[in-house]
Design a protein around this ligand. Structure first.
Ligand code: FAD
Length: 381
């Protein structure tokens, strides 16, 4: 069959590869001038540092098939994300752990003492937390909430934590040991030569043709037997029902000599500092050495039509509009909506790859059975 992948990010590349290997003819189009979508990395011409152009990307997963898949295309080197935060004039370790608690309160508590201490300062009068703020107060009490959640959340989401649902903060966000590895996953690492080279290798197959600087138009769909669309779901329908809400990011890039902040990610928890974090990209490749350094100051704001959509907002209004777009999509023949934009969800890279592998397999099964492929393999609702 003749298949079209809209988007040369992980979704389009992984589905395209599987279907090309199965003998189909795959065309991939992307508006941008590079492959890899938001995971794109490129060498900075001035310093030689490998830059995560659309924000830092750390690979972490428990999914062994996904881990083996990415390692087939690129060597992954060890990397643990150890985030720091500057708050109220001090630097602390995140996620909140025993070191953070002891430093914040000037104590030397052991795990069980710290657990009992947090239990005592947490606001247990909140029985059924409805908002992010109530949930945080119930878990950690007012001091740690103010220092580590409140300002950062206001800057990140552009609204008060009293307007955000409690579900954002699902689990107790505190560790009663000195483990400062941001992620719990079994497999964690960074691709040695960056994500863009990895995605280029995934796309390197005799049955795949890639067209960059090429935007998809709906009329093109008629030339193909099936389309896998990883662009914005609302964009496919010309935003007819309105725009699904996103947050976007502005990156203020600067270079410095030597080592600017001594770590890859420094958050800023105070609300009067306008940026949420500074990322220093050479620390994402600790096996490389560079004399100079490149940092990105990261600012979050509401996404306008011309901006890159980063984080789906998914509040009550958006969910209603989303349901209407899903209904439209389900009436559309020969198109499957995939990936973070096509299903309007925040997806980590490993989840994106898992869903792409499942989507490719579902397509092959439907093709073999002569049944039609659904609009969604993973429902956005
Ligand atoms: C700031 C940020 C940090 C992140 N950090 C991490 C992390 O540390 N670890 C992790 O696992 N995940 C991280 N992620 C998630 C990761 O970026 C996604 O999992 C991944 O990008 C999803 O791939 P995708 O192919 O679905 O979408 P994308 O990467 O967005 O690719 C979609 C592609 O489609 C193209 N496109 C859209 N519309 C059209 C059109 N009409 N015509 C042609 N082309 C079109 C776009 O140009 C884009 O290249 C992060 C995400 C963000 C926003």
């Amino acid at each position: 069959m003749k298949l079209l992948m809209v988007g040369a990010g992980l979704s389009g590349a992984v589905i395209g590869r599987m279907l090309a290997k199965a003998g189909h003819t795959v065309t991939v189009v992307d508006t941008r001038d590079h492959v890899a979508g938001n995971c794109h990395t490129e060498r900075d011409a001035e310093t030689g540092v490998n830059l995560h152009v659309y924000g830092p990307h750390i690979f972490h997963t428990d999914d062994e098939e996904v881990w083996n898949y990415v390692n087939d295309f690129m060597t992954f080197l060890p990397f643990k994300n150890r985030v720091k935060t500057t708050s109220q004039g001090q630097v602390f370790s995140l996620p909140i752990n025993l070191h953070t608690i002891n430093q914040y309160y000037g104590k030397t508590m052991r795990p069980e003492e710290a657990r009992a201490f947090i239990e005592q300062i947490a606001d247990r009068s909140i029985e059924d937390p409805q908002t992010f703020e109530e949930q945080a107060l119930r878990f950690v009490g007012p001091d740690l909430y103010e220092a580590f959640f409140k300002g950062y959340t206001i800057k990140q989401w552009g609204c008060s934590p009293t307007e955000l649902p409690a579900s954002i903060l699902k689990r107790l966000p505190v560790r009663f040991n000195y483990d400062d590895n941001y992620f719990f996953h079994k497999f964690q690492g960074m691709p040695e030569n960056g994500y863009t080279e990895m995605v280029a290798k995934i796309l390197d197959h005799e049955n795949i043709t890639v067209h960059l600087n090429t935007s998809f138009s709906r009329e093109q769909a008629a030339d193909f037997d099936h389309v896998f669309y990883s662009g914005p779901l609302d964009g496919y329908f010309g935003y007819d029902l309105g725009r699904l809400g996103y947050r976007t990011l502005d990156f203020e890039k600067f270079t410095a000599e030597g080592d600017y902040q001594g770590t890859a990610v420094m958050n800023y928890g105070d609300v009067d500092v306008p940026y949420t974090r500074i990322t220093e990209h050479k620390h994402f490749s600790p096996w490389e050495s560079h004399e100079n350094t490149v940092c990105y100051k990261e600012f979050s704001r509401a996404c306008e039509p011309e901006d890159i959509p980063y984080y789906p907002i998914r509040m009550v209004d958006e969910k209603k509009m989303l349901a209407d777009y899903v209904a439209l999509a389900e009436k559309t023949e020969s198109v499957t909506f995939v990936g973070r934009l096509g299903t309007y969800r925040y997806l980590d890279m490993d989840v994106t790859i898992r869903e792409a592998l499942d989507t490719g397999r579902a397509f092959l099964e439907h093709a073999a059975a002569g049944t039609s492929m659904p609009a969604f393999v993973k429902s956005p609702l």
